[in-house]
Write a protein that binds this ligand. Sequence first.
Ligand code: NAD
Ligand code: UDP
Length: 340
Amino acid sequence: MSVLLTGGAGFIGSHTAVVLIESGYDVVVLDNFSNSKPSVIGRIEQITGKPCPCEEADLSDGPLVDAVFRRHDFDAVVHFAGFKAVGESVEKPREYYENNLIGTLRLIEAMTRRGVKRMIFSSSATVYRADNPVPYYEDFPLGATNPYGWTKVMIERILCDVCAADPGWGAALLRYFNPIGAHPSGRIGEDPNGIPNNLLPYVSKVAGGELPLLHIFGDDYDTPDGTGVRDYIHVMDLARGHLLALGYMRDRRGAFPFNLGTGKGYSVREVVAAFEKVCGRALPVRVDPRRPGDLPSVYANADRARKELGFTARLGLDEMCADAWRWQKRREEADGATAE
Ligand code: NAD
Ligand code: UDP
């Protein structure tokens, strides 16, 4: 089975590429490297011992994407490509709608022209309206508070409508919670440009001495220790979720939303404590005001993915932190080893 991974050089895409290749899939990565490096492809090949062909292309370039589809005979597409920074999307809404929506429409056009009608889409827990209670169930009302979130809501809508209009189409809408961790080899992991926005990459850099201290955004929430609670999921578990979703969608038509989380929330202080255990030292932190737009507590009800996909997260917070820390330590070494 041949699968195109748009955005396959990115954080989640590269781990999914490894899992799919190791499970016998023929994988082709399409990426414009706007938020990743070409050297990732070599590392995927090192880990798997198999080739990982890569097409450098921007999804919004219709003719180029068509040409990629003519060169290969895909059975399905896993669609990761998109911009993903919430704060940046508020400052640059046009760029976010253009990249995420136009890119997806061009992709759907190219797929339909070649009769490829299976998509696994990277959605997000951010599609749940902020006034929903936790845990989040898949049939809760959708809505967003920023342009990034709206692109996910809109793409889900587009895929539902495409599936309704063409009974040959099938799409899994995978709503990721908070993916963290890295491949256990320490060869691939999250590599954000500049100062990270998300908790784990920030904590890793504090532990590695690249940043002086962690700012905890508020400790006066209505949560057990007052800090924000999130459903962190190991990126290798998440990658396995895509493998299961591809199998699930093989004989199904229509659009199927799934939460991919563990169903358990951890606070910022619990994450810091777990990281301190693996890096062996106390991390400097300072409590700052709440970050605008943050919710106190977000976690999944994970029943549907368990019952329908057979998906249960296997790796806990300790493994997530241990693998993130190994990646932090090996990142520069890995960069040097595969530099073009
Ligand atoms: P990432 O930025 O590491 O990966 C995205 C990849 O897409 C990058 O390699 C980037 O270069 C590429 N890309 C972006 N626009 C492109 C375009 N127009 N054409 C071709 N390539 C393009 O992000 P990630 O963390 O791996 O996330 C993957 C997907 O999952 C994204 O759609 C993101 O919105 C979604 N998601 C991520 C998280 C998270 O916390 N990481 C949570 C929920 C959902
Ligand atoms: N957070 C924090 N300091 C940081 C980054 C994040 O205290 O430097 C908190 C944030 O307020 C939230 C949790 O960590 O409660 C997870 O934030 P992240 O941005 O990783 O994920 P999201 O809020 O998008 O779910």
